[in-house]
Each structure stands twice: as C-alpha cells, then as structure tokens.
Design a protein around this ligand. Structure first.
Ligand code: ZN
Ligand code: ZN
Length: 454
C-alpha cells in the first residue's frame, strides 16, 4: 500500500486534476511518478490490495487504501468479508479515471430524470451515492501475421457460342499484418452486453502505475485471458479480409475473401475505469445496473418501469383521449368500435416488436466470459403466447360486435371498453417481461448450498 511519504496519511487519486493527494496533510504528487521508494522496480507493476469477498454473489473486490469495502458493487450486499486471498494480476497498462464521481452521478440523473416511468427510489440521492469507481481487468490482444497468403481468383476469358469461359488464378499476397487494440473484460460479473455498449478508447492507455488505483476498487479477474482470443482473431480476420479484397488485384481477379491464421503476439492485462451502481429492487430479489465509463463518461443502464406510474400514465392518457374525442368529434357507436380495433392493432404491433427485440437480446448466451466461469441460465422466453392471444381477443371482440350489428348502442360501447381493457392488460404484461429482462436475479443467501432450483 502506498502511503504519503510526508506524513504516512492516506493517498487518493483525483480524476479532475490528475494528481495524487494526501487526505491528511494535503501534499500533492504527480500520478505518473513514483511516490514512495520501493525495494524492487518490479513491485511497481504489481497490483497489491486487500481483497474483500461478497458472501452473497461471490464477487472479489480489491481496495488499495485503509477504507474497507463496505458493500458489494455488483449486488449491493453489505456482507463483505475481508479475505486472505492474494491476487496477482500484474497489469501492463491502465486507463486512469478522467471523469469524477460527481460527473458520473450527473450523467445518471440526467438520464433517469428524462425517463417518465422509472421508479422514484432509483433516483434518490442515497441510491445514487453508491456509485463506486472500479478498475476492471481487460485483456488486450496483439495479433499478427507475416508471410504469403495464397487466394483463389477468377477472370473472364472469352466467349464461345452460348458459353462464357473463366480462367482460374492463384493470387499471392505478401502480408505483414499487425492488429492491436482488441480488448475484452475479464470479469464475469461485468456482462459483455454492457462492456460492448460503453467501449474504451484504448489509445489513451498508459503504462500501469498503482498510483492511479488509490481511492478506487479493483475487480479481481475471474475469466482466463484466452477466452476471447478466438473472438479477437475473428475481428482481425474480418478486417483483414476487407482490406485484401479491396486491393486492385483482388478486384481484378474477383477474389471474394482472404484468410490467414493470425498468431497471438502478445496478451496484456490492462485496468479500465468504470463507475458501477447496483440498484436493489425493493423486495431484495433483483438488481439493476447503471454503469458509467470512467474515461468517456458514457452511461449504460437497464432500468425497470414502475407499474404505478404506468397505470397512472395510461389513465391520464385515456382521459385526455376521451375528452378530446368528446369535444371535437361525435363518434357513432360503430366508430367507437373501429377506434378500439385500431388501439388493439397498435398494441399487437408493439407486442410483436418488443418480443422480437427481447428475444434478439437473449440474456447472456453470447457472453463468453460469463459462460467460461459458470453455466448460464437459459434465456427466459420473451415471446408470450398469452400476450398475443389477448391482443387478438382485444381485436376480435369489436369485430364480432360490428359483424353482428346489434340494434342497441350499449353493445358497441361495452365491446370497445372490453377491448381497451385487454389492451391495457397486455401492456402490463409487456412491462413485466421487460422488467424481468433488464434485471439480474440475486442469489438468495438462505438458499446457499441448498436446493438452487426455483
Ligand atoms: Zn500526508
Ligand atoms: Zn455481491
């Protein structure tokens, strides 16, 4: 642990001015210089801190100053246990925090204040204050290929009668390709769909120094560096093929794709900065995440919709539509039924669109890091047969009434009301599904070691 050389006080890195400051005597130090003399130069790249384990979700967080980790940033649990474990990460690079916690909270508040249907407790200062700066270990791959790439090509030769003749060619490319900058997070608890949403600018990485960690947590990596190697090779390959096929020769000889076997030249660990907030639901069963990139300030969050706010919102909207229709249009009972059909159709449409979006974004099926650590629960079915059936029924009722053409007006109004009721119920279900999919189920403490089935 690095202490103030002047007074032995606690040091913290300050993202706003890039200085390390002593909490006690106020001394300031350049972050890119060695603050306290160490015995061996090797030690400066070693990541040493106290490890705290979360007894609810199993996350391991490291702290580099005297303040203990009092709550888990991944699940919000306060059951953190100081552990004897030592973690060797030896990062080669770091991107220091350049956004402050205040800036991060401001970004989050801007977002939630613009969202009408987010539950109020998520906006409270008490919740928002739990944003915590964490360094997450990333793996950076350097890939390269040097040699000859032989590819097939064809070229039109001549025509004879009804036949066209093509000649085959072998194209040879003298390749010296290097790729670097493919990086993937090595923390299974930081879902890939989040890390992909708020990418880092790797070019700003600097050689690792523990000075930048002062005052922050770090996550212990639990995913092997090799897990994403194939993904990185694929990415390199896609770009390589694009470059080769756009050369003049490839176009001339109609070469459609190129392939070489990239070699891994280097694999480096880098620490990237993130602000993490886990918001527990009121029943303590689920957690929603808000994560801000500590370098770019970009936010990714998946928040639930409040049922109360939804019901109140739709009631207000209904009243407005009713008043509007009443004062400007005089609707015949038939027209009321037609209006209900239009509403039901819109509801059905939204139902389909959402089902499509949700099923497209299955829970973690494409999260290689998470999969490498534990078995991933099968994605919940986003497509509800019941929902579609109800939406159809909402359409069918007014259609039937119009077809039967009863004399008494009351039937038309009743059909329209029944139809709208079903549409509202359907939306309620859609919200429920949405809320399930944007939250992570918390492991329940009392179930530990017992029957995990649910
Ligand atoms: Zn001091
Ligand atoms: Zn936890």
């Amino acid at each position: 642990m690095i202490k103030c050389p002047n007074c032995g006080g606690e040091l913290k890195y300050n993202a706003s001015d890039n200085l390390v400051r002593c909490e006690h005597c106020g001394s300031e130090f350049q972050a890119n210089q060695q603050i306290a003399p160490t015995k061996k130069s090797k030690e400066t790249t070693e990541l040493k801190g106290k490890v705290y384990s979360c007894s609810q979700c199993g996350a391991n967080l490291m702290a580099f100053d005297e303040t203990a980790v009092t709550f888990c940033s991944y699940c919000g649990s306060q059951a953190m246990i100081e552990s004897k474990m030592t973690i060797q990460t030896n990062p080669g690079y770091i991107i220091p925090f350049s956004k402050t916690k205040e800036e991060c909270i401001k970004t989050f508040k801007n977002k939630v204040n613009r969202s009408l249907f987010i539950p109020n407790y998520m906006k409270s200062d008490l919740v928002v204050d739990k944003f915590r700066g964490i360094y997450i270990p990333y793996c950076i791959y350097k890939l390269g290929y040097k040699g000859i790439d032989k590819e097939k090509g064809t070229k039109y030769s001549h025509r004879s009668g009804d036949y066209q003749y093509y000649d085959d060619y072998e194209l040879q490319f003298d390749v010296d390709a290097k790729y670097e900058g493919f990086s993937y997070d090595l923390s299974s608890k930081f879902y890939d769909r989040y890390s992909e949403a708020i990418p880092f600018n790797e070019e700003e990485k600097i050689p690792f120094s523990p000075n930048y960690m002062l005052g922050y947590y770090a996550d212990a990596k639990d995913v092997s560096g090799d897990v994403y190697l194939d993904t990185a090779k694929n990415e390199a390959h896609i770009d390589y093929s694009r470059v080769i096929t756009s050369t003049r020769e490839a176009i001339k000889y109609n070469c459609k794709g190129a392939h070489v076997n990239f070699e891994q030249e280097e694999q480096e660990i880098a620490m990237f900065p993130l602000y993490f907030l886990a918001i527990r639901s009121k029943n303590e069963k689920k957690v929603n995440y808000a994560i801000v990139n500590g370098q770019t300030g970009e936010l990714v969050t998946e928040l639930p919709v409040s049922y109360t706010k939804y019901v109140i919102g739709s009631l207000i909207l209904s009243v407005i539509i009713f008043l509007f229709a009443n004062s400007f249009l005089v609707l015949t009972p038939h027209e009321v039924c037609f209006a209900a059909i239009v509403f039901a159709l819109v509801g059905l449409g939204i139902c389909f669109i959402q089902a499509y979006e949700l099923s497209n974004r299955e829970k973690h099926d494409d999260d290689l890091g998470l999969k490498s650590v534990k078995e991933v629960e099968k994605a919940e079915k986003a497509f509800s047969i019941l929902g579609i059936a109800i939406a159809f029924l909402a359409m069918l009722i007014p259609v039937l009434i119009l077809a039967m053409n009863p004399v008494d007006d009351i039937f038309y109004y009743e059909a329209a009301i029944a139809s709208l009721g079903l549409v509202l119920f359907n939306f309620y279900n859609i919200i429920k599904k949405h809320n399930d999919l944007v939250s992570t189920k918390l492991p329940q403490l009392e179930k530990r070691g017992g029957d995990e089935s649910e």
